[in-house]
Every structure is written in C-alpha cells, then in structure tokens.
Design a protein around this ligand. Structure first.
Ligand SMILES: Cc1ncc(COP(=O)(O)O)c(C=O)c1O
Length: 445
C-alpha cells in the first residue's frame, strides 16, 4: 500500500488518544498481539476504571445490606443523579431534561406513550427505510396499539434510486408536502447501517414547523458526534450506552425530554414509584406527585450495579471532552477513508458513508459490491464472481477476524462497518483494516 505501516505508527505517536484507559482484547489471528477493534459502534471496549468502581458498589452491598440506600459512599437512593449532569453535557441538554434509565427500545416506547398521539388525519410516523429493526418494530407496534394499520401509518423514507443515504432536502420536502399527516418523526441521528449523520437541527425544525413531534434515536450518535438537543429544540431523544459510551453489553440507556414538555399535566405517561418526587416518595401515598423534570418518566428503582459502568464512562467523556474527541475522530476517520480509497480501487468494495465529514460520525460502512444501491433494500452482490471473491458480509468479517485479528461488524447481506473510535482506536488499527482487506479481497480483473 502507498500509505505505510510506519506512517501509521508516526501518526499514532503524534496523536495518541486514550487507548491506555481501555482493555483491548488479545487477537486470535494475524500477526499482532491485540485485535484492531473497529466495532465500537456495536459494543464499546471496557474502560480500565470500570471493574474497580463496580466492585466498590458491590462491596457496599456486602458491608451495608439495605442501609446502602443511604449510607453507601455513593448512596443508592439518589445514585442516578450522579449520571444526570454528565449525560446532559454529553447530549447538550439541561440536567432537568436528562435521565439514565432502562434500555433504549423500552425508553422509545415510554416516550411514544407521551409523544405519539395520533388524532384526526395526523396519524403517521416517519422513520428512515434503513431504520434499525427494533425501531421499526417499536413504531409498528405503537401504531397497532392505537388501533391503526402499521403499513398505512409508518412512512419509511428511502434514499433516491441509485443513492445510499437520505438527502436532508428530501426529508424537508416530504415534511413540507405531507407534514400535516405526520404525528411523529423518529429518525436515527446517525444511521446504524450507513453511518450517515442526519441534519438534526434542520429536520427537527421542519418537523415541528409542520406540527409534528420530533424524536431522535441517538444510539449511534451519543458519544460519537457533538449534540445540542436543548438548543436544537428536539422534543425527545433516547440513546443506549453500550456503543460509544463503553458502558457494557445491554447497559442502561439515556433519555432526553425538552424542557417545554416538563411538568405538562396533559401528557400521558406510564408511572411507578420512581416517577414521583424523591422528597415524598416514602410517604407511600396512593397518588404520585411527579417532579417537573424528565425523572417523571422513570418507573422503577434503578439497577445500581448497571449504573456504575455508565457513571465511570461518562466521567471519562467529561475529562476528555466531546470537542476534543470530535477533532480526533475527524482525523482518524479521514485517515481510514484515505486508506479505504486506496484499497477499494479495483476491488468489489464501496464506501457508502457520506464523504463529507460533517455528514458522518466515526463509522465508515463498506458495501460488498460495486454498483449503487437499488430498491427496495440494500443490493446484494449480483454476480457469482462478486460472491466468490468476497463472500457475504459475515464471511468477510470472519476472515478479517480469524486471519488478521481485525474486529469489524457485519450487517447481512453486504455491509461491513468499521468504526475507529476516537477514545481508543489508533491509526495503526485503521492501517490494519486496509491491509487485511487488501489481503482478504482479490483485485477484480
Ligand atoms: C439505532 C438503534 N436503535 C435501537 C437499538 C436497540 O437497542 P436496545 O436493544 O438497547 O433496545 C439499536 C441496537 O443496536 C440501535 O443500533
């Protein structure tokens, strides 16, 4: 390759990141002791600090039993409050607008209980055609819950024929033309498949101007790109913490509800004892007194041992800062893009993520196949030659892992996603991706 391994090492020396704060798994294949981990968009690596912090919480339970609710070093009753301010800083929200609880799809449902209110001709829910399936199932089941036909209710916005990603203008044009029928716009801030970063402020403004509620699934955006949810006037948002937030598999998720909705007695909401204000919670009254904060959306007392990893991770984001991470992310992903440009030439591989750095986070998605996307759905390799040279996305990622120690992640049939994560990925990891692809995929002659 034109870009050499030494060049990667030089870049790493000049721009080292924070890899030393993480556990990087050993490699099972290839010639390097550690994996090149490019799957932080799926599951982030474990911060070194997490284990001790988690053990300290576990010790409090061993020593104190039930008294830990008030006497633990980090008392359990208000434990979730420790996560609120750093989570709010991460997504550009006020603390009153932010809470960490449950998991992502559960939170989307709880938010739709409040914010999906179909009425009259305004019943539709707008998602992207390549929405993560859980979101698609969630909105379809919400439509059914309201007695509506999901096929007629859920609008799936598709890229133009021959294009891989949505144009902002197409979303805006749709909302201008048909917004009067839309009750809810619920899009992914960064699309899980293509890595496209949507224009959150422009789409939010257009959706709200059309009279719809606008919510965002930020699973692939939180900790990946800078966010300003409050200033962008987003109605609500939810995100998970196991991808870029490195809080472990199935980690607790985050929720944002804009200040203008807080304390609104007209909003329906499902409640439990954690929805009532903390000061009178133990008066055990039959009727709740929800606070005028997003904590009113909480239901159960939170799992403390699941909160520790989120707290530890958010401290890390606070200490490094999103602006610095975004800067490094742009450098690292730009470098991976240059390497992929070199290695995809002549091979049946195409980067489908937008080339404009402002329209993406750190993830670059590579499609196995050479021509543009055709409808409906993603195009699978069309010729026998393409399949035999590369295999499916799963087959290719297995080869990358076992023969080269490169961990990427596959979305069948034909997308392989590579995410150089600015906290811990290196320029050398990116170089290993390109080197492994060059070896694993024959040049098309
Ligand atoms: C964009 C998006 N939405 C929703 C989910 C589902 O998340 P959960 O299983 O935490 O509800 C995922 C999981 O990867 C996702 O990427």
């Amino acid at each position: 390759m034109q870009h050499t391994e030494n060049e990667a090492h030089r870049l790493d020396a000049a721009d080292p990141g924070h890899r030393h704060l993480f556990h990087v798994p050993p490699a099972e294949g290839g010639r390097y002791p550690e994996v090149a981990y490019l799957a932080g968009n799926s599951l982030g690596l474990q911060p070194r600090a997490t284990r001790d912090e988690l053990l300290a919480d576990l010790d409090a339970w061993r020593r104190l039993g039930v008294e830990g609710h008030v006497e633990a070093e980090r008392p359990w009753l208000p434990y979730h409050e420790l996560l609120t301010a750093p989570a709010a800083r991460l997504v550009g929200a006020l603390p009153a607008e932010t809470v960490v609880m449950n998991s992502l799809t559960v939170n989307l449902h709880l938010l739709m209980v409040s914010f999906y209110r179909p009425a009259g001709e305004r019943t539709r829910i707008v998602i992207e055609d390549s929405a993560f399936p859980s979101d698609s199932y969630a909105v379809r089941s919400q439509a059914r819950f309201h007695g509506l036909d999901p096929d007629a209710t859920v609008v799936r916005l598709k890229p133009r024929p021959g294009e891989d990603t949505l144009r902002t203008s197409d979303v805006l044009d749709f909302l201008a033309a048909e917004g009067h029928t839309v009750a809810l716009v619920l899009l992914g801030g960064v699309n899980y498949l293509t890595g496209e970063l949507m224009d959150i402020p422009a789409i939010t403004a257009a959706g709200r101007a059309a009279g719809a509620v606008v919510g965002w699934d930020l699973a692939h955006a939180a900790g990946n790109v800078p966010l300003a949810l409050h200033d962008w006037d987003v109605d609500f948002a939810a995100w998970c913490s196991y991808k870029y937030l490195n809080s472990g598999p199935g980690a607790l998720a985050g929720v944002f509800v804009h200040e203008r909705h807080l304390g609104d007695p007209r909003l329906p909401r499902f409640e439990g004892w954690w929805s009532t204000e903390a000061a009178t919670r133990f008066e055990m009254t039959p009727v709740s007194r929800p606070p005028a904060t997003v904590e009113a959306w909480q239901i159960s007392n939170p799992p403390i041992f699941a909160m520790g990893p989120v707290r530890t991770s958010l401290e890390l984001f606070d200490s490094v800062g999103m602006p610095a991470l975004r800067e490094r992310s742009l450098r690292l992903t730009g470098w991976l893009e240059r390497l992929l440009d070199e290695v995809t030439v002549g091979r049946p591989l195409t980067v489908v993520t937008p080339r404009d750095p402002a329209r993406r986070g750190c993830q670059l998605s590579v499609r196995i196949g050479v021509s543009a996307r055709s409808e409906p759905g993603l195009r699978a390799p069309q010729s026998r030659t393409e399949w035999s040279m590369v295999g499916s996305a799963n087959e290719l990622t297995k080869r990358l892992r076992h023969e080269h120690g490169v961990i990427a992640d596959a979305r069948e049939p034909d997308i392989v996603r590579f995410a150089p994560v600015p906290l811990y990925s290196t320029y050398h990891d990116c170089w290993r991706v390109a080197d492994a692809l060059a070896a694993a995929v024959e040049v098309d002659r």
